[in-house]
Design a protein around this ligand. Structure first.
Ligand SMILES: Cc1cc2nc3c(=O)[nH]c(=O)nc-3n(C[C@H](O)[C@H](O)[C@H](O)COP(=O)(O)O)c2cc1C
Length: 179
């Protein structure tokens, strides 16, 4: 069961920079892309940014629909994270290939990956051309997280998130330090 995360805390779902699976839907096509370049960018309104290379199939879907969902996988989904980062939705249905369920989002017409521990629904506020990549800034409309894994921050003794160090190098989230 997932509990609603207050918008003022929703940025903290990505504050530690986990690898995310971004879902999109446009003109009858649903897709998933693995994204390491995801960051909070505004408190008021809560907003995050993702950098998507223009050659990705997801680029056209997100640009066309003006919405996306950031789905946060835990370590159990590492093989699927790598799969979604190595195959294009222009050739395969990654939902079917990964066995992911498609749940409806609350505020955007984009499928949510139920198997991920958190889901953040975003509406594109602006996009910025950055040569190879485009930065999509998403206003967070709604966020949920699996109960027991997050209070006003991730409980890292209860959940292990994935971090990307580049290329074939990954890291597991570790211990929180409360100051
Ligand atoms: C760990 C990991 C992180 C990635 N991060 C990004 C990223 O931040 N931005 C991006 O455009 N592509 C990123 N990629 C590459 C895309 O996920 C990959 O090209 C994917 O196949 C594109 O899917 P699509 O064509 O269906 O959109 C990453 C791949 C991996 C494995």
């Amino acid at each position: 069961m997932k509990q609603e995360v207050p918008l003022k805390h929703s940025l903290r779902l990505v504050n530690n920079g986990p690898v995310v699976l971004v879902t999109s839907r446009y003109e009858g096509k649903d897709n998933i892309i693995t994204i390491a370049w995801c960051s909070p960018v505004s408190h008021e309104p809560p907003a995050l940014a993702i950098a998507v290379k223009k050659t990705r199939f997801s680029y056209g879907l997100i640009k066309g629909a003006g919405a996306f969902v950031v789905n946060i996988p835990d370590i159990k989904l590492l093989d699927k994270v790598i799969f979604c980062g190595k195959h294009s939705g222009s050739e395969i249905d990654k939902f079917a290939a990964c066995g992911f369920s498609k749940s409806p989002a609350k505020y955007v017409d984009v499928p949510v990956i139920g198997e991920c521990v958190a889901n953040i629904e975003c509406k594109v506020m602006k996009d910025m051309d950055c040569d190879s990549h485009t930065i999509f800034v998403g206003k967070i409309l709604y966020a949920v997280v699996e109960a027991g894994l997050f209070t006003d921050h991730w409980l890292l003794d209860k959940v292990t998130l994935i971090h990307h160090l580049g290329d074939k190098y990954y890291e597991k989230s570790g211990t929180s330090i409360i100051t």
